[in-house]
Every structure is written in structure tokens, then in C-alpha cells.
Design a protein around this ligand. Structure first.
Ligand code: ADP
Length: 393
């Protein structure tokens, strides 16, 4: 059965078509600069990648171009072959604890959470709308970044602020990257064959979060009310003293929105190194002895290491630590830097095993008290699998 997995952003739309249950990827691609000038799209199929420029004024137009290309490029013989569409939706609040079949009522409910994720949710819903028009009658499923984390208890999701902030305004930790944390947790659980597995999963890419999971239930995760919280990231600050915001607004004469933008876009690896948000550039700068790049990497590794140590305590000793996403899968230097900072947990690295990119592999030493694995994530596949499962319900 062919299922299409969609990630719609404000000016982009990414798709992957899977054959399930085999899990084969049939085709994938991206529509970029939607609604802007110089819009284009790329489609990967049969080991080839085509790139075309086109006028793409809206998500609806992107989807109609895609439908036409699927037939013209002989990816599908008929659109009827698509039996389900799974959509990434960033915020489902505390209401959507699982993936859900979408209809007009559900979409209205999701839109209530738009103000919690104004950059993402409305764009995600544009994708839904476009596919409902293009493929009426085909099951459409919403898969939320927040769902997997909704097993957290109040002890872990409340902030120590006036209780009415939570009751009246929904101020609490929601957590993000849930689809990725769930995927790598299931992969490692199946691999180790341990049902009650206690895992610390570290999704470290451009954005980053660490999650403590016991027997499939999230105990706590490092992102919070928004994806700005927790770890230091590519361009995001992660946790800082909240008083800095008012102080810096007064000093620089900028608004809260402007200061928050700097915390989102000009902080993290970029802010500290002054070089780049991309760890490949940081690693190049480190090789040339750039001190701020060295500092940026050390700080980044410290934050991840400290969350691992805290979550190991919360789990009363984890069975496994997992690294995933851009840095977790590809940066042997960052993995090494993190592991060197969790020495107190008795974790060691096998440098030879660690010398690789993108493989599902154990990278810890034989003497390590907690095994460490790299598990490549696949959020698109997780979205397709949830869609497949709801279709077959
Ligand atoms: P996103 O959070 O946008 O999904 P990714 O998970 O794709 O991001 O992670 C992207 C980041 O992964 C890049 O910014 C880069 O820092 C890091 N990365 C990717 N490949 C490598 C590599 N070979 N070596 C070091 N870092 C890498």
C-alpha cells in the first residue's frame, strides 16, 4: 500500500512516498520558496533527482504539480494508488495524545493550538487543506510532534509559576520532536528485545532535545512550552535565565519579539562561535584552532551531557543512550565530546566503532556501564506508519 508522508512549512512542502508494510521508499522531494519568487521543486525517484523551476504561488499549487509529476514521471500509474496521507503537525496541545484521522472538526480543534506554534501549525494545516482538495476520499492523518510526550505527569510538565498560567493559558511543558524520539525508541527496543526498556534518546540536529523514556512512556523531555527550551542548539539558546529578556530589551532598546528572535535565530552554536550554526563549519574552525568554535562545541556537549545525567537519575539508571538526527548520526566529534562529559555515569566510547556516519551501531566501549547506540531517525516513515495503522484500524 502506498502512503505519502508530508511535512508542510510556511514556504516549503516535503514529501516521501512509502510502500508499506515493506517500508520501501518509492520517491521523495521538496517544493521550496512557495509563494516567493524563484520557487522550484526537486523529486527523487529511481536513483535520479530532477530539479525544476516553476511558479508555485500556494501549497495547493505545489500539491497539484506533485500529483501531475507522479503520473508524468511514472512514479504511480494512477493517483488511486495513494491510500493514505500522513501530515506532520507540530502542536497538538495536551488534547492529541495520539495520531488522528483528520476531518473538518478535528482541523478546527488543531487550529486552537496555532497560537502555541504560529510559525508551524498554520503552515502544516495549509498542507492538509491542499491534499484534502487534491485527494478527496483518501484518509488524511495528523501526526503531532507533541503527542509522544503527553505521558508526562504534572511533576514533569508544570513550570513553577502561578498555577493559573497553566489553568487559564496552557503554560506548561509540551515537548517536541516526539515523532523522532518515538521512532528511535521503538527501533532500539525491538533491536534489544526488551519490552520495559529505559532509554535516554538524544535528538541533536539543527534543533535538539533529550528525552527520558521508561517502558514506552515519556517521563520528561528537554524542550518545553516552545522548541526554544532545553539544550543549546544550532541557532537557539535553549534554557537561559528568564530575567535576561527584560534586561536586554532595556539595554538594546528592542522589543520582546526582537529579543526572542535573537534567542531563536542568533544564539546557540552560531551565537557563541560567531562562525556558523552548522557543526561541520564549527568542526572546520576547530581544526584551525578557533577558540570560540572550541568553546561552542564544549558548551553544546556539556548541555547534552548534563541532561543525560539528569535523566539517568530520573529513570533510576537507563538501559541505553541513543544518539540521532544530524549531529547525533553524523558527528563523531560531538558524540565523543558528549560521552567524555558523562564519565561519572561510567559511560565509555569505542573510538573505532564511533568512527562512522549514519549507521545503526553500538558506539560505546565494552566496559561502558550504559550502552550507547546511534540510531538513524526517520520521522517521515513514522508518520507513514501511523497513517498505515489508522487506515487498517
Ligand atoms: P533539522 O533539525 O533541521 O532536521 P538535521 O537533523 O538534519 O536538522 O541536522 C542538521 C545538522 O546536522 C546540521 O546543521 C549539522 O550541524 C549537522 N550535521 C549534518 N551532517 C554532519 C556531519 N557530517 N558532521 C557534522 N555535523 C553534521
Amino acid at each position: 500500500m502506498k502512503i505519502i508522508s508530508i511535512n508542510a512549512g510556511s514556504s516549503s512542502l516535503k514529501f516521501t512516498i512509502f510502500e508499506l508494510p515493506e517500508r520501501d521508499t518509492i520517491a521523495s522531494g521538496t517544493f521550496e520558496k512557495i509563494g516567493l519568487e524563484d520557487s522550484f521543486y526537486t523529486i527523487k525517484f529511481n536513483g535520479e533527482k530532477v530539479k525544476k523551476e516553476a511558479s508555485i504561488p500556494s501549497h495547493t499549487e505545489a500539491v497539484s504539480i506533485l500529483m501531475k509529476e507522479l503520473i508524468d514521471m511514472h512514479i504511480l500509474s494512477s493517483l488511486n494508488e495513494i491510500e493514505g496521507v500522513g501530515h506532520r503537525i507540530v502542536h497538538g496541545g495536551d488534547e492529541f495524545t495520539e495520531s488522528v484521522v483528520l476531518n473538518e472538526d478535528i482541523i478546527k480543534k488543531i487550529a486552537q493550538y496555532n497560537e502555541y506554534a504560529p510559525l508551524h501549525n498554520p503552515a502544516n494545516l495549509l498542507g492538509v487543506e491542499a491534499f484534502m482538495k487534491a485527494l478527496p476520499g483518501v484518509i488524511q492523518v495528523g501526526v503531532f510532534d507533541t503527542s509522544f510526550h503527553q505521558t508526562m505527569t504534572k511533576e514533569h510538565y508544570l513550570y513553577p509559576v502561578p498555577y493559573e498560567w497553566y489553568e487559564k493559558y496552557g503554560v506548561r511543558r509540551y515537548g517536541f520532536h516526539g515523532t523522532s524520539h518515538k521512532y528511535v525508541y521503538n527501533e532500539i527496543k525491538n533491536y534489544l528485545g526488551k519490552e520495559n526498556l529505559k532509554a535516554i534518546t538524544c535528538h541533536i540536529g539543527n534543533g535538539g532535545s533529550v528525552t527520558a523514556i521508561d517502558s514506552g512512556k515519556v517521563i520528561e523531555t528537554s524542550m518545553g512550552f516552545t522548541p526554544l527550551a532545553g539544550l543549546m542548539m544550532g541557532t537557539r539558546s535553549g534554557d537561559i535565565d528568564p530575567s535576561i529578556l527584560e534586561f536586554i530589551c532595556n539595554k538594546k532598546g528592542i522589543t520582546i519579539a526582537e529579543a526572542t528572535n535573537e534567542l531563536n535565530k542568533k544564539s546557540g552554536l552560531l551565537g557563541i562561535s560567531g562562525v556558523s550554526s552548522d557543526s561541520r563549519d564549527i568542526e572546520d574552525a576547530i581544526a584551525q584552532g578557533n577558540e570560540r568554535a572550541i568553546l561552542a562545541q564544549d558548551m553544546y556537549a556539556s548541555k547534552v551531557a548534563n541532561y543525560i545525567a539528569m535523566y539517568n537519575n530520573m529513570l533510576d539508571n537507563a538501559d541505553v543512550i541513543v544518539f540521532t538526527a544530524g549531529l547525533g548520526e553524523n558527528s563523531k566529534d560531538m558524540r565523543k565530546a558528549i560521552v567524555s562529559k558523562i564519565h561519572s555515569l561510567g559511560v565509555t566510547l569505542d573510538e573505532e566503532a564511533n568512527d562512522m556516519r549514519g549507521e545503526f551501531k553500538c558506539v560505546s566501549g565494552k566496559d561502558s556501564k550504559i550502552p550507547v547506540y546511534v540510531v538513524p531517525t526517520n520521522e517521515e516513515l513514522m508518520i507513514a506508519l501511523d497513517t498505515f495503522n489508522l487506515k487498517n484500524k
